[in-house]
Design a protein around this ligand. Structure first.
Ligand SMILES: Cc1ncc(COP(=O)(O)O)c(C=O)c1O
Length: 438
């Protein structure tokens, strides 16, 4: 694989125009300028081809421009593009029925459609307060839930998200997320680290900070995304569910990144054997058309007419794209994610043996994290090496994204084949080899 000189001339020119007028707050990584895409392949404006193992931050669930999704949007656009949430239309109802069908709890669901992950989180926070009539919440270090004032209060992955934006929302306490690779709490013999974290919530937060009768909800990503693709130990969610039941606290799972089939199940919480009360969704739900959802147990979504709403909620183009997306995931991509995801993890574990700078490979389905370390004994994160690998992979034709301190996330479209995984991992390994050699 030959490295490409990037950015090319057309990309360079467009980036200069971008810098002049687009908000500088966007966290741009390397200079990829998209021209078009098909499935897991994308091309930049200079004609260079890449494999996309980032999928627009785990959004392009069905790959780029899936023909069924394109057709659904086109057909809907011919009929009408907008009518507002003051009125009714069939695709909105149909999508809510589909989401009720796949919701990760036995009770019937009610659905509130949004325009983004952050708006879903804000909706869930408001719903939990409204339903419980309680003010406080618990979130987790390493969590990412968005950037509006409410959502960013919960976000605790990097302090740059909060710097300069205080005062934030009142009443939110944070607990450590149970990262089995980097535990920070002492364990009693035989204790599951996930159960230990729940004990911390009980003893430190509920007993010392926030009376349980005043806690509306616990907001948690079943597998942390931005925080480093961290998978909690098996004891965590059963213990957390028990704690919530004991005190009438709502369990709110943020499935914005890990949901919609990404782990090989519709919702990542289904990997842990408990039922949540509220689910937030977005990203993969409509293959890239802006759409999100708050999916709650019917008994929990108790807010009355006029208490919450939005202009674009139930946008018909987004609903059409989402229905086509769900159909494609149902008819093959869920299974592909399970099988090809397991194959990818196995290949990465083999790669780990050849490269001691890889401290851990973890994940489920197509939500896979590769953690880079300086030394297998100390496990010190190697952020510089990770950044170099991401840049080199790009120069050799593979798009990836970092997360956590020193992790690369592998989150390709759910349609990605074994052949594409092989091609992408060859590029990744070459990038790692070059980076290791300085
Ligand atoms: C778990 C999680 N929640 C919420 C959000 C915010 O979503 P959005 O950027 O669509 O507002 C993100 C975005 O990365 C996320 O990963």
């Amino acid at each position: 694989m030959k490295a490409q000189i990037l950015p090319g001339p057309k990309a360079k020119a467009l980036i200069a125009r971008d810098h002049a007028v687009v908000s500088h707050s966007y966290p741009r990584g390397y200079p990829f300028v998209m021209d078009h895409g098909k499935g897991t392949e994308v091309w930049d404006v200079d004609g260079n081809r890449y494999l996309d193992f980032a999928a627009g931050i785990a959004v392009a669930a069905t790959g780029h421009s899936h023909p069924d999704v394109v057709r659904a949007i086109q057909e809907q656009a011919e009929k009408f593009i907008h009518i507002s949430s003051d009125f009714y239309h069939e695709k909105w109802v149909q999508l809510s029925e589909e989401l009720n069908e796949i919701a990760p709890f036995k009770e019937d669901a009610r659905v509130f459609l949004t325009n983004s992950g952050t708006e879903s989180v804000e909706g869930a926070i408001k719903l939990a307060r409204y339903h419980t009539n309680r003010p406080n919440f618990i979130g987790f270090f390493g969590g990412f839930h968005g950037r509006t004032i409410g959502a960013v209060t919960f976000t605790a992955s990097k302090n740059k998200y909060k710097r300069g934006f205080s005062p934030l929302m009142n009443g939110v306490s944070h607990a450590p997320f149970p990262d089995p690779y980097r535990p920070i709490l002492d364990l009693t013999p035989g204790e599951d680290y996930g159960e230990r974290v729940v004990r911390y919530i009980e003893e430190q937060i509920l007993e010392q900070l926030s009376p349980p009768s005043e806690v509306a909800g616990i907001l948690v990503e079943p597998i942390q995304g931005e925080g480093g693709y961290v998978v909690p130990p098996p004891g965590f969610f059963p213990a957390l569910r028990k704690l919530c039941d004991q005190h009438g606290i709502l369990l709110i799972v943020d499935e914005v990144q890990a949901g919609m089939g990404r782990t090989g199940k519709w919702w990542s919480i289904e990997n842990f054997g408990v039922e949540p009360d509220i689910v937030t969704s977005a990203k993969g739900i409509a293959s890239g058309v802006p759409l999100g959802a708050v999916i709650a147990r019917k008994s929990v979504m108790s807010w009355p007419k006029g208490s919450h709403g939005n202009t674009y909620g139930g946008n018909p183009l987004a609903c059409a794209a989402s229905l086509a997306t769900i159909n494609a995931i149902k008819n093959g991509y869920l299974e592909n994610t399970r099988n090809t995801g397991a194959y990818t993890i196995q290949k990465l574990e083999e790669m780990q043996i050849r490269h001691p700078c890889i401290g851990q490979v973890r994940g489920m389905g197509f939500m896979i994290g590769i953690e880079f370390i300086k030394d297998p004994q100390t496990k010190d994160p190697d952020e510089a090496l990770r950044d170099r690998v991401v840049d080199l992979a790009f120069e050799h034709g593979l798009l990836t994204l970092g997360c956590g301190k020193s992790v690369i996330r592998i989150s390709p479209p759910l349609c990605t084949s074994k052949e594409q995984v092989d091609e992408g991992l060859n590029i990744l390994e070459e990038a790692i080899s070059i980076a290791e050699n300085g």
